[in-house]
Design a binder for this molecule. Structure first.
Ligand code: HEC
Length: 149
């Protein structure tokens, strides 16, 4: 019998993924996507420095409260706890605005976030005047802290 000629191994490795590595890749994506989804929301440094030009008077806090209950409470809850009825079925839960993690952010950062929005949080840069956005922030500062992280 003639001996079977030895096959030369192919010197070029094709970058085609075979079965097991495809499965691994899919697993990797499945984990990576939720990580992107909870990416931190950071304001640019220049925005963070902005000071609230509106005085924190009872009048401005009252105006902020009114704006808040008209525009924000539906999602963020009457008392800012993130428990508004309109937020229940959103793909991302509205933030508890009384939480330390929010209250420790500067007025400038909050102003930027309220102005820019981030889905499903609407952008209020055109819906509210600058003065109104600062008034809402004074109202947020007046919310009783609930000692949450
Ligand atoms: C449609 C529901 C909805 C409405 C209305 C809404 N928000 Fe939000 N808000 C959200 C959601 C959801 C997030 C979380 C967004 C994220 O983390 O990507 C959020 C985040 C925020 C944050 C950032 C908190 C943080 O993590 O730093 C602030 C501040 C805020 N909202 C204030 C307001 C104010 C003030 C109003 C009204 C002028 C308002 N929101 C109206 C849904 C809403």
């Amino acid at each position: 019998m003639k001996p079977v000629p030895k096959l030369k191994s192919c010197p070029v490795k094709l970058p085609v993924l075979s079965g097991p590595s495809q499965v691994l890749l899919l697993f990797g994506l499945a984990f990576a996507i939720p990580i992107f989804a909870v990416e931190r929301w950071n304001a640019p440094e220049s925005a963070a420095q902005a000071k609230n030009p509106v005085t924190s008077s009872s009048d401005n806090i009252a105006k902020g409260r009114k704006l808040y209950s008209d525009r924000c409470a539906d999602c963020h809850g009457k008392k800012g706890g993130g428990d508004g009825g309109g937020g229940a079925d959103l793909e991302r839960k509205p933030t508890d605005l009384t939480a330390t993690s929010v209250q420790t952010q500067s007025d400038g950062v909050l102003f930027w976030k309220i102005s820019e929005g981030r889905r499903p949080m609407p952008a209020y840069g055109r819906k509210l005047s600058e003065e109104q956005r600062w008034q809402v922030i004074h109202f947020l500062r007046s919310l009783p802290p609930r000692n949450k992280p």
